[in-house]
Design a protein around this ligand. Structure first.
Ligand code: BTN
Length: 248
């Protein structure tokens, strides 16, 4: 492990290869005696993890990193963190490449109708509460395994010059720190966030299915609320608010 650079708040640790940057940073947090503002990145992951126990393919040529967010334990809306991370990824990519990406609620970033990036937020309860936000972005992958070829993409596949990895990590982290600690709050309902989430939503207006309490529902995503919840309107006009899980 070696420290690449450090800024006002965060140290950035870079390793050539690891199993999972989320797992590593969780172990570092458990070894630390004080709240840690750390970023950990790897050139490739041998056991990259996605949501719902899935694996996240992480060969060389992608950007894989995890950011720790020490919390107070009094936050009432921690799931919003994943959406704030999505907004930070979109804003950073647009600043560095001019390309507009969108959030497929709640944790994927889409470019030209395909998945460019996945976000996995996990919590560590050890000497207080720390959130870990793991972000994986496909930069220069030329191809994907057959099972995800139709749904995954990279900057290179879309004919876009990928941003510099170091610049992208720095920009995403700076924006995310600003969103979490200055602009929005994990403590209460945010009056101003709906506009940003609607503006960047891939899911809004799409017909989706979702499993709610064991029952599959199908409807249209009609809103993203200030809490970060997605609203699915059913064919009979009834609205269902969903806070986590996966819409298909
Ligand atoms: C998903 O698509 O379900 C989320 C994927 C999250 C992948 C990132 S890569 C960096 C960090 N380390 C991991 O093992 N997972 C996250």
């Amino acid at each position: 492990m070696y420290t690449v650079f450090s800024d006002r708040k965060r140290s950035i640790i870079s390793v050539p290869v690891t199993d999972s940057t989320n797992t590593d940073i969780k172990n570092i947090i458990k070894e630390s005696k004080k709240p840690l503002f750390t970023v950990l990145t790897a050139d490739r992951q041998k056991n990259g993890r996605g949501r719902l126990g899935r694996s996240f393919l992480s060969p060389e040529g992608g950007l894989y990193f995890s950011v720790s967010f020490p919390l107070t334990g009094r936050e009432t809306n921690i799931p919003l963190l994943t959406l704030l991370a999505g907004l930070a990824v979109n804003e950073a990519i647009e600043e560095l490449t001019g390309v507009k990406t969108l959030i497929k609620w709640p944790n994927d970033i889409y470019l030209n109708n395909k998945k460019l990036c996945g976000i996995l937020t996990e919590l560590v309860t050890f000497r207080g509460l720390t959130a870990v936000v793991g972000i994986g972005i496909n930069l220069t992958a030329e191809d994907f395994p057959e099972e995800i070829r139709g749904i995954a993409t990279s900057f290179l596949r879309e004919g876009i010059t990928p941003p510099d990895k170091g610049e992208l990590i720095k920009k995403i982290t700076e924006i995310l720190d600003r969103l979490v600690y200055e602009e929005y709050s994990l403590y209460n309902v945010n009056k101003n966030i709906t506009e940003a989430l609607r503006e960047r939503s891939y899911s809004l207006g799409k017909t989706v299915s979702y499993t709610l309490a064991g029952e599959k529902i199908t409807g249209t995503v009609t809103d993203i609320r200030n809490t970060g919840a997605a609203v699915i309107t059913l064919p009979d006009g009834k609205e269902k608010e969903i806070f986590c899980g996966e819409i298909i």
